[in-house]
Design a protein around this ligand. Structure first.
Ligand code: NAP
Length: 319
């Protein structure tokens, strides 16, 4: 029996490679990414596969963007059920599919690939995972909220912004360090909102300046603040929003999940606001991918407790 590796490479996928041939249960699912060794997806999916008695293992594979088509070809040959795709492969994945569902087309990215009879199907669980996370954390739907998204220009920020736009919220305010990216996203989603909304889209979706004054003038009319930037991952990161601008009525969702208590979450909670970290989004996007592959309900509580344990172990290894 070959010992399992933490992260596999393209070479491990070729049929002659011995590394994958006799591990048990057999590798049938994966996450592709570059980098990928930080991904907690195996710790999320393997306990779920085990709990449901499915004879399959989920592995990490380091795949550079130019190797993506070959990696896909190899897992097809190996009889994989599918793969997740993380940075920077979500756009390459969209291109590589034989069929992409409507939502993934709108989000402009595929994070879940299903392989069925030699055909490649693409979908996206990031946006729906975010919606489930918001509902779970705050018991309210995005449709009923006035939402500010910080980082509406990055990959995750884009998925969450488009998903929120599809929910036709009361207000959507986009903020991004590089303002032009938020402007071009606004232009892209405005037609979606016009279809859905009674009022002109221009009054319901806007781009705000990332400055104390720009944020202050918007935050009184915002319910949900979403951090989709990478700020907060390091203890030394500057505050995303000055603490005095946060208000008790705010709901704060920080997509960062490590550390669990980011500066934004600490500041929000000390103001009396409700706040949650990105662990629930990670959990729900994983559960949705699982449901896509197996067409059955994912064992959510097993996945949640294993994810929390894995995150705790990862944090301990870093300190
Ligand atoms: P990305 O594509 O690299 O985007 C990074 C975003 O952060 C951009 O909007 C960027 O602004 C902004 N940013 C970076 N450094 C900044 C700084 N110093 N000041 C202000 N803004 C800054 O990354 P991503 O894949 O979208 O991931 C973003 C975050 O979401 C990460 O923390 C990631 O862990 C988290 N995430 C969580 C989940 C989950 O399931 N919870 C899923 C996906 C991602 P510019 O456009 O100006 O560069």
């Amino acid at each position: 029996m070959t010992e399992e590796k933490d992260t596999y490479t393209l070479d491990d996928l070729i049929p002659e490679a011995t590394t994958l041939n006799d591990i048990s249960p057999p590798a049938r699912l994966s996450v592709f990414g570059d980098p990928v060794n930080h991904s907690l997806s195996p710790q999320l999916h393997n306990p779920a596969l085990q709990a449901l008695g499915i004879d399959a293992r989920y592995i990490r594979v380091h795949v550079a963007e130019h190797d993506f088509p070959e990696a896909l070809r190899l897992i097809k040959e190996r009889g994989f059920v599918g793969t997740n795709c993380t940075i920077p492969l979500k756009f390459a994945a969209l291109e590589a599919c034989d069929h992409v569902d409507q939502l993934a087309l709108k989000l402009g990215a595929v994070n879940t690939i299903s392989l069925e009879e030699g055909r490649v199907f693409g979908s996206n669980s990031d946006g729906p995972g975010f919606l489930r996370a918001i509902r779970e954390a705050f018991a309210i739907d995005a449709h009923d909220l006035r939402i500010m998204i910080l980082g509406a220009g990055g990959g995750a920020g884009r998925a969450v912004t488009v998903q929120c736009a599809l929910e036709a919220p009361e207000r959507l305010v986009l903020v991004n360090r590089t303002r032009e990216k938020a402007e071009s996203l606004r232009a892209e989603i405005a037609p979606m909102l016009e279809d859905e909304m009674i009022h002109a889209a221009s009054s319901r979706v806007k781009v705000a300046e990332w400055s104390d004054e720009g944020l202050e003038s918007e935050l009184g009319n915002i319910d949900l603040i979403v951090n989709a930037t990478s700020l907060g991952m390091k203890r030394s990161d500057p505050a995303l929003i000055p603490a005095h601008l946060l208000q008790p009525h705010h709901l704060v969702y920080d997509m960062v999940y490590s550390p669990r208590k980011t500066r934004l979450i600490i500041d929000a909670e000390s103001t009396g606001a409700r706040a949650a970290n990105g662990l629930s989004m990670l959990l729900h996007q994983g559960a949705i991918s699982f449901e896509t592959w197996f067409n059955r309900e994912a064992p959510l509580e097993t996945m949640r407790s294993c994810l929390k344990a894995a995150l705790g172990a990862q944090e301990n290894s870093l300190t």
